[in-house]
Design a protein around this ligand. Structure first.
Ligand SMILES: [Zn+2]
Length: 448
């Protein structure tokens, strides 16, 4: 037997410890993990020089844009950013132009993506107006549904609890998870109206509109609406202690509920918004230092399931609109998440084991990404190779993303993605993309 390739001198994260080993790859899958002397013959041999090998990282919260929003990001630049940031699989959010919320929009998006992507991409759909189409969208290959509760994005009327319940009943039956942006539209718009009437359009007003209550009310409402369904409810970017507590409580009661936190909400505070300005506006917003500590505790205690980057590219003009109500929310994050998290490992905020759990194992488990998320024989050969010792300065001007700005521009970090293997293929090496557009795989949901 001659396999496609053998990677030697790896320090691989294997079965909860770091082992010196070699990895044989055949047909896009891990053929064998073991000693170099036990490796089969290979067409190609690569010496990894004792770099750390993690299971390919998965980012379940990415806005790849493209189509009508390709001026912000497209499938090529977005997945180049993913590969450069050490991510082998990303899940694409549906708030595009057009919104992904039908079999046609999903199929079309997959077709466009297939020609351009460099890593594996799975797709979210928003809910359609006619909930009978949910099953068709699942059959078309949606990995999950996304429900945006802060304003009307999809076809499902978010003011109608009965319609919400029906949507969660249907997704529960088909086994497909639903990721929710938990900010309640009614509470949020009431706050915004008051501030707009008072002629407020500054960053402090934005934070004032997006209160902790806005998040908590949405979390509580969704937990209630889904209580009698078998839906898997995944809370995106939780930013409050009370919201997290409500989710933890639901878990204790046996509910199929999971949650995500972004690096932004672990590393930046509302003081930074006051200092930096509208670039740091995101939804939900950055919170106080005490909330940051509560979220870190959620990580330490294993209550947080996933770290999602919420990669949200925009133009700098969009980020610096005159009125705060016109500023586009979010920041590009695919190229900063892993170095930031590895730096926090150095600072003993979390363990490497937790990084792997939060960025690979749990994302694969929650979103049914078959044969991904762990390093094991027979799994897809998605590998994130990291130089854990390498110190560098984050330079947003060098991003592969079209959005060349970052709250972390100029930050000193330690731990750099060195190589990214996607289905056994080397996609990124030392920050350079080394594969052709279209070499990534469109992931079709597998909810059997
Ligand atoms: Zn998002």
């Amino acid at each position: 037997m001659i396999v496609d390739s053998v990677l030697t001198n790896a320090k691989a994260y294997w079965r909860n410890s770091i082992v010196d080993c070699s990895i044989a790859v055949e047909g896009g899958r891990i053929y064998k993990i073991g000693k170099e002397t036990q490796m089969p013959k290979a067409d190609e041999k690569t010496n990894l020089g004792n770099l750390l090998v993690l299971p390919g990282l998965i980012d379940v919260h990415v806005h790849l844009r493209d189509e009508g929003k390709s001026y912000k990001e497209d499938f090529y630049t977005g997945t180049a950013a993913a590969a450069a940031g050490g991510f082998t699989t990303v899940l694409d959010m549906p708030n595009n132009a057009p919104v992904t919320m039908s079999t046609e929009t999903l199929r079309n998006r997959m077709q466009i993506a297939a020609r351009k992507i460099l890593v594996n991409v799975g797709f979210y759909s928003e809910f359609p107006a006619d909930l009978n189409e949910v099953q068709d969208i699942v059959a078309e290959g949606a990995t999950a549904f996304k429900l945006f509760m802060a304003s009307q994005v999809g076809g499902l009327n978010i003011d109608d609890n009965r319609a919400l319940k029906e949507a969660f009943t249907k997704t529960g039956e088909s086994g497909v998870p639903v990721a929710v942006h938990a900010e309640d539209k009614a509470f949020l718009t009431a706050n915004e109206e008051k501030l707009k009437q008072a002629k407020r359009n500054d960053t402090a007003a934005f934070l004032k509109a997006h209160t902790e209550e806005v998040e908590l009310k949405a979390v509580e409402r969704l937990l209630k609406v889904t209580a009698e369904t078998s839906a898997h409810l995944h809370f995106c970017h939780v930013t409050t202690e009370q919201g997290l507590n409500a989710i933890v409580e639901a878990k204790k009661n046996g509910r199929a509920v999971t949650c995500e936190v972004t690096p932004n909400n672990l590393l930046l505070s509302n003081d930074d918004v006051a200092r930096v300005g509208s670039m740091l506006l995101m939804m939900p917003p950055l919170r106080s230092q005490s909330t940051i500590e509560a979220l870190w505790k959620g990580i330490t205690d294993g209550e947080v399931d996933v770290i999602g980057s919420d990669h949200a590219p925009h133009t700098l003009d969009e980020k610096s609109a005159d009125s705060v109500w016109d500023v586009k929310v979010g920041v590009p994050s695919l190229e900063t998440t892993l170095p930031l998290m590895l730096t926090m490992v150095r600072k003993n905020r979390l363990s490497l084991e937790q990084v792997v759990r939060l960025l690979a194992e749990k994302p694969a488990e929650i979103f049914h990404l078959k044969d991904r998320g762990v390093l094991e024989q027979g799994q897809k050969a998605d590998l994130t190779v990291v130089d854990f010792n390498r110190k560098f300065t984050i330079d947003a001007s060098k991003f592969h993303s079209k959005a060349k700005f970052s709250p972390y521009d100029g930050w000193e970090v330690q731990g750099k993605p060195a190589k990214t293997y996607v289905n056994g293929l080397l996609a990124m090496e030392d920050g350079e993309i080394v594969v052709k557009p279209g070499s990534g795989e469109v992931i079709r949901g597998d909810h059997a």
